[in-house]
Design a protein around this ligand. Structure first.
Ligand code: 5GP
Length: 188
């Protein structure tokens, strides 16, 4: 049994910054970390599994969960709902695990208010060209969604100063190493 409570870590950053890859690396390096699996109404991308990357829900089911106050936070992003199921987070923190939330800026703002001790990290791509390349390289979004994500990225950059730390995802291993140090610091 672990006695100390775990921390809550919010990771945000524009779509295409490579958050997902950095988080995967973090989870590989630190078995004590738990990823908070969000719910979403967007369709799964090839290779995504229900319950692993996300819980893929219908709009009705998602709205039912909003109604039942099952989310710590939720937001609309480029035409879909995304939300963080509340209970698993507190169960994991009580068990001593540090929990990682991969959420966009509106949701992050809600969690910062409710959980002021959360460690907040904003991941940026090394440059904007790289961000566009990564988004296009994914090859799963329609042109319209792609443009919406790029527009959205510009807005998200403006929120960067609300976070405790900004980490550049120049090299995944380096970025993950930096984040581990930030999480382990006694202050935020
Ligand atoms: P994607 O569709 O690329 O997986 O995610 C789109 C955006 O939604 C990303 O910025 C991601 O961080 C954010 N996101 C994922 N899960 C959640 C969530 O539970 N709540 C909020 N507010 N944003 C989320």
């Amino acid at each position: 049994m672990m006695s100390e409570k775990g921390k809550l870590v919010i990771i945000s950053g524009p779509s295409g910054a490579g958050k997902g890859t950095v988080i995967k690396k973090l989870l590989e390096l630190c078995p004590n970390l738990k990823f908070s699996v969000s719910a979403t109404t967007r369709a799964p991308r090839p290779g995504e599994t229900d319950g692993v990357e996300y819980f893929f829900l219908s709009k009705e089911k998602f709205e039912d969960m909003i109604e039942k106050d099952s989310f710590l936070e939720w937001a609309e992003y480029v035409g879909d709902y995304y939300g963080t199921p509340r209970q698993p987070i507190y169960d994991n923190i009580d068990d001593g695990h540090t929990v990682i939330l991969d959420i966009e800026v509106q949701g992050a703002r809600q969690v910062m208010q409710k959980e002021p001790d959360a460690v907040t990290i904003f991941i940026v791509p090394p440059d904007i060209e790289e961000l566009n390349r990564r988004l296009r390289g994914r090859g799963t979004d329609s042109e319209e969604k792609l443009l919406a994500r790029m527009e959205r990225a510009k807005l998200e950059f403006k929120e960067m100063n609300k976070y405790n730390h900004v980490v550049s995802n120049d090299i995944v291993d380096r970025a993950a190493g930096e984040i581990i140090k930030l999480i382990n610091r006694k202050d935020r």
